[in-house]
Design a protein around this ligand. Structure first.
Ligand SMILES: [Zn+2]
Length: 278
């Protein structure tokens, strides 16, 4: 069974207006979602996020760190922040989110994510495990830091000493890069030969239909064909909103998920799938 999981890296002040529209689209389709939230946003807009997300049975709330500090060096997207800050980013963010939403936050999405998850970030991995997270979603790049991120089966960090801690890799483009929304100009992310050439446009995409055609549909179709346990695209509310303020891309994607009769759910529900599969 392939489970479709809508998920959002909620990470900047511009995300709030977007989340309002995203929530409406989820309610329209009764579609679950996981919101990975940068805890600092709660320091600024706690009441608004509570009103939008708390006590809604469709939504899981998880951590996207405290300030979006990067936890290991990446070739093009930032150097790791100081290790003294790791406990705040990993542990304090969880506590803050749990205090606000009065539910356990069992998942962590690493800022910018990495090519092999947290395997080469032992300090971060230890803190994630100690904090009591049960899954991390931190592998979101293809081979050699390319994009799109390919479909990868969930795995545990047993080899690193944490057999109970799952990695749930998302897939596809970081949609902000596909649109040029980072305003950083061309980036070096192509893989040759490409693993999924149907997902490589020759320019920034320009419409929600193109986003669906180049990214969402091919990954959903391939996940079903390959019998993957999950398919979850890499989405950022601020970038979705800037590109497609009416959230038409969500509308067509959720319709397609229903048409293909996919199971939907949150990453927390995927933990249960994994338990039953083992
Ligand atoms: Zn992020």
């Amino acid at each position: 069974m392939t489970r479709y999981i809508a998920a959002y890296d909620t990470e900047s002040p511009a995300c709030l207006a977007a989340v309002r529209k995203i929530v409406r689209m989820h309610e329209k389709h009764a579609m679950p979602a996981t919101f990975f939230i940068v805890a600092q946003l709660l320091d600024e807009n706690e009441a608004e996020y509570v009103a939008l997300l708390k006590d809604n049975p469709l939504f899981e709330i998880a951590s996207h760190s405290y300030t979006h500090m990067v936890l290991r060096d990446t070739p093009e997207f930032g150097k790791a922040g100081p290790t003294e800050q790791f406990p705040r980013e990993i542990v304090d963010s969880k506590r803050r989110i749990e205090d606000v939403f009065e539910r356990e936050a069992v998942g962590f999405r690493a800022p910018v994510s990495f090519v092999d998850g947290l395997k080469s970030a032992p300090d971060a991995l230890r803190l994630v495990a100690q904090a009591g997270y049960r899954y991390v979603s931190s592998q979101a790049w293809g081979p050699s830091w390319s994009l799109p991120a390919l479909l990868v089966r969930p795995f545990t960090y047993a080899e690193e000493g944490y057999p109970e801690l799952w990695e749930f890799p998302p897939c596809g483009w970081h949609e902000n890069l596909l649109k040029g929304n980072n305003d950083c100009g061309p980036v070096r992310v192509g893989l040759f030969p490409p693993a999924m050439p149907e997902t490589i446009p020759d320019r920034y995409i320009e419409t929600p239909e193109e986003e669906f055609a180049y990214n969402n549909k091919p990954f959903i179709d391939k996940a079903i064909a390959d019998g993957m346990p999950l398919v979850s695209l890499i989405w950022h509310p601020w970038s979705l909103h800037r590109f497609d303020a009416d959230m038409r891309m969500l509308d067509m994607t959720f319709k397609y998920v229903r048409d293909r009769r996919l199971a939907s759910g949150t990453f927390a529900e995927l933990l249960d799938d994994m338990k039953h599969a083992n």
